[in-house]
Write a protein that binds this ligand. Structure first.
Ligand code: 6PG
Length: 251
């Protein structure tokens, strides 16, 4: 695994650098394999990156890009908390993306386990997987919570230990809700994983994830170690204070 930290000055530069990486990977993947598969992250950090990507216009081969989500809240697609809604507002509705290239989780279904099962089938069909095989996304975007969670892999939750399923409904005690999430093996099979981490509230968790020997049960983002891919930590100075520019992450 190749792992690196890209240190940027602030959230705006993070969006700009992240969008440039997205576009670079998309063009390369389409040129090499005829398509670009990307798993979007939720929360608020990616919004600026998505908006910039949407402005790429003809510089991107939109008809060869396929959009998925690494996690979703257990809410309808028009809910204020929906990760799909955030991506639709900031990216999907501002670019010429064929509707059948957007694979959202049908989280309006009250049965969270069924949502996970259906999305797992969607991945199996799209990537042509046999049972036991993993999808290989060209890019998985991730955020980091102040508690060290990523996607919807929360500290102490059952999904952290899942090694055979692709997508699960993960009960998150502190919310009293289910979340839908990729499991760590799916994320770790990606060609590239890029964390987007901005703001001082993330600094303690980022420090623990990058430099402490705390267990992944406590800081689930530590589970993310691509088995044959690139790991980029795109972080701003507020999230990683006292760092020199462009340092590589310790092994
Ligand atoms: C979600 C995300 C989650 C998010 C982090 C950071 O569904 O909320 O997938 O993992 O990336 O919580 O969220 P912010 O970007 O809002 O800080």
């Amino acid at each position: 695994m190749q792992s690196e930290i890209k240190l940027v000055s602030d959230a705006d530069e993070l969006s700009r650098v992240g969008a440039a990486e997205f576009e670079h990977l998309a063009r390369n993947a389409v040129q090499a394999r005829g398509r670009f598969t990307v798993s979007l992250s939720g929360g608020s950090t990616p919004r600026g990156l998505y908006s910039r990507v949407a402005q790429a216009g003809q510089n991107l081969p939109w008809d060869k890009i396929y959009f998925f989500w690494g996690d979703e809240r257990h809410v309808p697609p028009d809910d204020k908390d929906s990760n799909y809604r955030m991506a639709r507002e900031s990216l999907l509705s501002h670019a010429p993306i064929p509707p059948d290239h957007v694979f959202r989780m049908h989280a309006e279904d009250k049965d969270a386990a069924r949502v996970a099962d259906q999305y797992e089938q969607t991945l199996m069909q799209f990537f042509g997987l046999k049972p036991g095989e993993l999808p290989r996304f060209d890019l998985v975007l991730l955020g980091l919570g102040p508690d060290g969670h990523t996607a919807s892999l929360f500290p102490g939750s059952a999904a952290l230990r899942e090694r055979s399923r692709l997508v699960v409904a993960n009960w998150v005690e502190k919310f009293g809700h289910y979340r839908l999430t990729f499991t760590a093996p799916v994320i770790n099979n990606a060609a590239e994983v890029m964390f987007l981490v901005s703001g001082e509230e993330k600094a303690p968790a980022l420090q623990s994830v990058l430099y402490s020997d705390a267990p992944p049960e406590q800081f689930p983002a530590k589970l993310i170690q691509p088995v044959n891919g690139r790991l980029i930590w795109l972080v701003d100075r507020a999230a990683l204070p006292g760092s020199s520019a462009l340092q590589s992450k310790p092994a």
